[in-house]
Design a protein around this ligand. Sequence first.
Ligand code: NAD
Length: 393
Amino acid sequence: MSVSKLVFAPLSYTGWGSLEQLVPEVKKYAPTKILVVTDPLLADIGLAKRVTDPLEENGFDVTLYTEVVPEPPLETGEKLVTFTREGKFELVIGVGGGSAMDLAKLAAVLASHEGPVADYLNLSGSKHIEHKGLPKILIPTTSGTGSEVTNISVLSLESTKDVVTHDHLLADVAIVDPELTVSVPPKVTAATGIDALIHAVEAYLSVNASPTSDGLALQAIRLIARSIRTAVKEGENKQARIDMSNGSYIAGLAFFNAGVAGVHALAYPLGGQFHISHGESNAVLLPYVMGYIRKSCTTRMADILNALGGNSAYLSDDQASYHCVEELVRLVKDVGIPQSLSEFNIPESALESLTQDGVKQKRLLARSPLPLGEEDIRKIYRSAFEGRIVEAE
Ligand code: NAD
């Protein structure tokens, strides 16, 4: 019998209005100085104030840092870590999408370490995280990354992405309040929502899946599949936002424990080289990676078809897995995400450099149910470029 290691963030609040738990939780740490990390847009539209106002009203000394940019480059991480070390803060709060939360957890942990962030990167770094650093509270404002419950911080490099990862990066408290996501525009709702769906799909197909992650992954797929179209079309729809919020949180728990695989491995170079958002770069590749690996995991894809709202009862696993891929194609299309790399204006000449960077993502590729080598990756990028699903031979 195989052994599964399961790790969860120690404390989460989920549900509409759960932001009210912030002040009582902060009080437990009695911090003298608090750093709140967010991005300029969230400061402009008043979402950051939803966090800072109640803290200030309760007498806390709060510094608001708004220099987060989407898909943050390494330099943005370096700058925030220096700021945090110099500021002598005692608690860090990240409020925003994955970009703000990833930087907040990184800053909280590296505040108690020496040297640049670059030294701690997974692929090229040489140092290891040793201390827990400052306590951290993460508050997502998108339904997508699951960063509030993972131990990963993603940074954009010149031509790809890399991560800093350690269990010390897990939030001490995650507050997942769907009310904070109502203002997310349709395009971001679509991209982040499909990102969450992919977390669940890849976790369910991962070679590291366990009965625990399976239950989480299938429930996340159900919630997201039934509500993503509505959330994109009617951002004010409360039930759709609640489903997406719960779905992305649960998908985060699933993929943190089972891992994501080929879609993410191939999306990293796309995001890194062409600055396509994390959600969109994953979404455009989803049908092509799933189509390519389909025959290696037909039974599991039949389960996914059912979770997506389909019915595999009268189908063979082979037929059901085929319908599963078709349903995923339909979903990506319905929420308005381009269907091929050429629609994103990726030139054909870039396919080889994407392949060379994709091959380097060994940590992710290792979890694919079908082992993906260089030639497989080359074929998948080409099929995504041409908009034509190709199956592994
Ligand atoms: P994001 O944080 O970059 O946000 C996208 C845009 O949406 C930004 O302009 C932001 O200001 C805006 N936005 C966020 N919340 C909003 C709201 N409530 N109302 C209006 N606008 C809002 O996007 P993301 O997809 O959440 O995060 C992407 C980052 O997360 C990438 O760097 C990616 O690599 C990383 N990521 C991390 C993990 C992890 O486990 N740590 C997992 C997946 C992705």
